[in-house]
Design a protein around this ligand. Structure first.
Ligand SMILES: Cc1cc2nc3c(=O)[nH]c(=O)nc-3n(C[C@H](O)[C@H](O)[C@H](O)COP(=O)(O)O)c2cc1C
Length: 406
């Protein structure tokens, strides 16, 4: 379904996020060939060049002590468990030098007929460094620029952070001739980002980058817990489905306050994509799902999304937005409480139990959230059921439901 992304008409809502899948021209073009409507290239930085040019490493305004550790070379290490995709890397391994990045922009631009967004990062608030990076990728032909704020983690504690940050964003937006889109991670709370971005005149927002979390616990063959040496250190990030509620919160907050949002973080299914679009995101970006299961996921997700949209009779982005407005903001009386509470009192709930589907697994009676669910012989009942559906969610066989009995 066509839409507008960063002012460009694109063929669908699916964008390839900045990640290892977009760090080479082959990778970026594979994303496009498999259905990505735009690509955000792997982040580049002129940081090491600036350092050679005499960048003041002792300038604490620029968070320099933290940056020193980013100088160490390193390799990527990965670990996948039920919590997500853990990746350990160093700044030097992860972030491409600008000259390589500009080559990449040129190559992908020459071969792909989609917007090619360059992503740039700096480790501090130094305006000149950011402008230099932005200028270089813009000259190389980037359709837009993502500002990757991931390496600014300690800056929030700096005196005068807000003023410096707003001024930096204003300068970048003013000097760039292409759209500029800062990328959020949870180091900037959503509501604070709204304030900072509004003040700076930001229009487009990219979200959400990974969570920094200490190395996961592992167990050796004897069951002794340990932390993998290779995963220790500050450069460890975790990605996964757990991010999705955070992504929804950031997307909803930023969208409601007027920003154009490219939302991602934890997307695994077409239903996730639909959810973000109905919350008002204009486009979605995907990384892990493609890293784990291959480039074909773009096409598969797009196909599944289109099937759902066809079923619910949505033919264009405008109708989708309209539907989102209607279903995401319930009528006021419900929020006011009175209507909702009254309707529950008038219509008490009743638990329905289908013994044919019930495997007697005990999930519904074994929980401690609600003490009303009881087994009596072959049947289940819940006297005084409030209709919360907690037990329904636990039932693996779909044997439970609640209906109003009023
Ligand atoms: C190994 C790896 C490297 C990444 N590198 C970058 C990067 O250089 N720049 C960036 O903006 N985001 C980077 N990301 C973050 C993704 O763009 C995305 O925001 C994040 O993975 C959440 O989306 P997902 O749940 O679809 O993976 C990286 C992600 C992974 C997994």
């Amino acid at each position: 379904m066509k839409t507008i992304f960063l002012g460009y008409e694109v063929s669908s809502q699916l964008v390839a996020a900045s990640c290892p899948a977009t760090e080479s021209a082959e990778g970026a073009l594979d994303c496009v060939a498999n259905g990505a409507a735009a690509v955000i290239l792997k982040t580049v930085s002129g940081y090491s060049q600036n350092r050679q040019a005499g960048y003041d490493m002792n300038d604490t305004r620029n968070n320099m002590p933290a940056i020193e550790s980013k100088e160490t070379p390193g390799e990527r290490r990965c670990f996948i468990n039920s919590r997500g995709f853990w990746a350990r890397s160093s700044f030097r391994r992860e972030i491409m030098p600008v000259n390589k990045g500009t080559e990449l922009v040129r190559e992908v631009k020459a071969a792909a007929r989609v917007p090619v967004i360059a992503s740039v990062a700096e480790c501090g608030l130094d305006t000149e460094s950011w402008l230099q990076d932005c200028n270089e990728v813009e000259i190389a032909g980037a359709s837009a620029i993502q500002l990757d704020l991931f390496y600014m983690e300690n800056l929030l504690a700096l005196d005068g952070f807000a003023v410096q940050f707003i001024s930096l964003l204003k300068e970048i937006i003013c000097h760039c001739h292409v759209p500029v889109m800062p990328k959020l991670n949870i180091s900037l709370p959503a509501e604070y980002a709204v304030y900072l971005f509004r003040e700076a005149g930001v229009r487009y927002v990219s979200l959400l980058d990974s969570l920094r979390s200490p190395a996961p616990l592992r167990f050796d063959k004897k069951g002794i817990p340990y932390r993998d040496q290779a995963m220790l250190g500050p450069g460890l990030s975790v990605f996964g489905g757990f991010m999705f509620p955070l992504t929804r919160f950031y997307a909803d907050t930023l969208r409601r306050t007027g920003f154009e949002v490219c939302a991602g973080g934890g997307i695994q299914t077409a239903a996730d994509i639909l959810d973000l679009l109905l919350l008002g995101a204009g486009t979605v970006q995907i990384a892990s799902e493609v890293l784990l299961h291959g480039y074909r996921r773009f096409g598969e997700l797009d196909g599944e999304l289109n099937e759902i949209l066809a079923k619910i009779g949505i033919e264009d982005a405008a109708s989708l937005r309209e539907m989102g407005k209607n279903i995401s903001r319930p009528a006021d009386p419900l929020y006011a409480g009175i209507g909702g509470i009254n309707s529950m009192r008038k219509n008490p709930w009743r638990l329905c139990h289908d013994p044919q589907k019930c495997s007697r697994c005990g999930a519904c009676t074994g929980q401690s959230f609600c003490r009303r669910v009881r087994r009596i012989g072959n049947t289940l009942s819940a006297e005084g059921c409030e209709g919360c559906e907690f037990c329904v969610s636990l039932c693996p066989g779909g044997a439970l439901g609640v209906v109003t009995s009023g």
